[in-house]
Ligand binder design. Structure first.
Ligand code: SAH
Ligand code: MG
Length: 193
């Protein structure tokens, strides 16, 4: 996996940070998660990490960038995980997925988090969780004095509005874990209490 981490670093591919992916893998283990849908494969790093936890874990993952998709396909092949990682090339906005998942992991375009949450919650099993990455944006969300460009400000605003969406959600309750670039864990409320 170090090879993949190095490749990502050299090519500026925003794979999950080490403590974030380790936390996620432990969460998957502890909660006996078996079926995972990931939005944003990049080069397959996180899907390979998740599928490597145990032989009965299956990952479906979507990537819209052709070059990254191709690198991911070859990495998945290298790790012999073709039969447990189903990678789909295309824009997750347009792709309909069948079936139910114990975990939906959203790690794609930050401005689309709410859209992906609403779209793919229909594929979430009853007691499943939706986990989203990058809710801190390197600390810029918490500390606006770090914002240097208009582009950064735009992204921060999108993340803030997603956090607002989660905090006000009647159907799901969310906790935030300050690992990696901060992840959120959203679960269905029981009886919508
Ligand atoms: N989960 C990966 C990192 C993903 S980086 C890991 O930790 O290893 C985010 C990826 O999401 C990028 O490669 C980007 O091309 C992809 N992406 C962004 N918007 C997307 C969309 N609408 N549909 C599919 N993939 C998307
Ligand atoms: Mg990420």
């Amino acid at each position: 996996m170090e090879e993949l981490e190095l490749y990502a670093k050299e090519n500026n591919i925003p794979i999950m940070q080490k403590d974030g992916i380790l936390y996620l893998c432990n969460y998957i283990k502890d909660n006996n998660i078996k079926n995972i849908l990931e939005i944003g494969s990049a080069i397959g790093y996180s899907s390979i990490m998740m599928a490597s936890i145990s032989n009965d874990i299956k990952v479906t993952t979507i990537e819209r960038d052709k070059d990254r998709y191709e690198v991911a396909v070859s990495n998945i092949h290298k790790y012999n995980l073709e039969d447990r990682i189903n990678i789909i090339y295309g824009d997750a906005c347009d792709i309909e997925i069948e079936g139910y998942f114990d975990l939906i992991f959203i790690d794609a375009a930050k401005g689309k988090n709410t859209f992906f949450f609403e779209k793919f919650k229909n594929n979430l099993s009853i007691d499943g969780v939706i986990i989203t990455d990058n809710l801190s944006f390197h600390g810029l969300v918490e500390d606006s004095s770090l914002i240097k460009t208009r582009n950064q400000k735009g992204i921060v605003n999108k993340i803030k509005s997603y956090i607002e969406f989660l905090d006000n959600n009647k159907e799901f309750t969310t906790t935030y874990i300050p690992v990696g670039d901060t992840i959120s864990i959203s679960k269905r409320r029981i009886d919508n209490e």
